[in-house]
Ligand binder design. Structure first.
Ligand SMILES: O=C(CO)[C@@H](O)[C@H](O)COP(=O)(O)O
Length: 238
C-alpha cells in the first residue's frame, strides 16, 4: 500500500486524470518549439485535492507518460506511489508549489526556455504591448520578473510578486526564461505558446527601431473582447 493508494477513490481518480492531461500537455512544448532536450516543465492542480502533478526532472519529452508524472503536495514534497518510484519531481517544483499556494485561482503553471521570450528575459526587457495579439492575450506588456536562483522559493516568489493582480499570464524571469500561469494546464501552455509568438514578432519589428505601444483604451477594449467575446461559448463548442 503506497501513500497514493491510501487516498480516497475519488482523489486517486482525479490524480490519474490529471496525470493523463499533464503528460499530454508536455508534448505541446516541443510541438510548438518552446523547449530543447529536457528544458521546461508543466504542472496542473489535482481538482478537489491539495495536490499537483508535475514533470519528472531531467526526463526527455519522448519518455514522458502519465504514470511517470510526479504527484506533489502543496509544499512541493513528493507523494510516494508505485508508478513514479525513484522519479524526482521537476527542479522547478518549489516554484510551481509557491505559485499554487499564493495564487488560488491558478490551476496550471508552465516554464520554458523558448528562444525569443528568453532573449527578452536575458536583456531584462519586457515585451511591449505593440500588437493587438499582445493586448488580446496578455492585456498589456509581458513583464520581467527578478533574477532568482533555482532551488528555493525565490523563483516562485518572483512570479507571484510580478503577476499578482496583473492581466498578464506570462512573466519573463530575468536571465532565465518565461513562466506562465493559467486556469488549468492547457491555459498555461497556451500562454507559453502565445508569449513566444509575440516575442518573435516584436523582436523582428524592433530590428528597425522601437515600436510605439497601443493606446491604453484600445488595449482595454481588445482585452475585454478577447477574454469575453472571442471564440465559441456554447457548451462543448470549443
Ligand atoms: O530552468 C531550468 C534549469 O535552469 C529547469 O527548469 C529546466 O529547464 C527543466 O528542469 P526539470 O523540470 O527537468 O527539472
Amino acid at each position: 500500500m503506497t501513500e497514493l493508494d491510501s487516498l480516497p477513490d475519488d482523489v486517486r481518480q482525479a490524480v490519474a486524470e490529471t496525470r493523463e492531461r499533464v503528460a499530454a500537455l508536455h508534448a505541446e512544448l516541443p510541438r510548438w518549439g518552446l523547449v530543447s532536450w529536457t528544458a521546461g516543465n508543466v504542472s496542473e492542480r489535482v481538482p478537489g485535492a491539495d495536490l499537483f502533478v508535475i514533470k519528472p526532472s531531467g526526463v526527455t519529452y519522448d519518455a514522458l507518460a502519465p504514470e511517470r508524472m510526479v504527484v506533489c503536495r502543496m509544499d512541493g514534497t513528493k507523494v510516494e506511489d508505485w508508478t513514479s518510484t525513484g522519479l524526482n519531481p521537476s527542479s522547478d517544483t518549489a516554484a510551481h508549489a509557491y505559485v499554487y499556494r499564493h495564487m488560488p485561482a491558478v490551476g496550471g503553471v508552465v516554464h520554458t526556455h523558448s528562444t525569443y521570450a528568453t532573449a527578452f528575459a536575458a536583456r531584462g526587457q519586457e515585451i511591449p504591448c505593440v500588437l493587438t495579439m499582445v493586448a488580446d492575450e496578455f492585456g498589456g506588456p509581458i513583464p520581467v520578473g527578478p533574477l532568482a536562483i533555482i532551488g528555493d522559493d525565490s523563483i516562485g516568489r518572483g512570479i507571484v510578486e510580478t503577476l499578482e493582480g496583473q492581466r498578464s499570464r506570462a512573466v519573463l524571469m530575468a536571465q532565465h526564461g518565461p513562466f506562465t500561469i493559467g486556469a488549468d494546464g492547457r491555459d498555461a501552455v497556451k500562454a507559453a505558446v502565445m508569449c513566444e509568438e509575440v516575442a518573435r514578432t516584436v523582436s523582428i519589428a524592433q530590428l528597425k527601431g522601437p515600436v510605439a505601444p497601443l493606446p491604453q483604451d484600445m488595449i482595454d477594449k481588445l482585452w475585454y473582447r478577447y477574454q469575453n467575446v472571442y471564440g465559441q461559448h456554447a457548451e462543448g463548442a470549443s
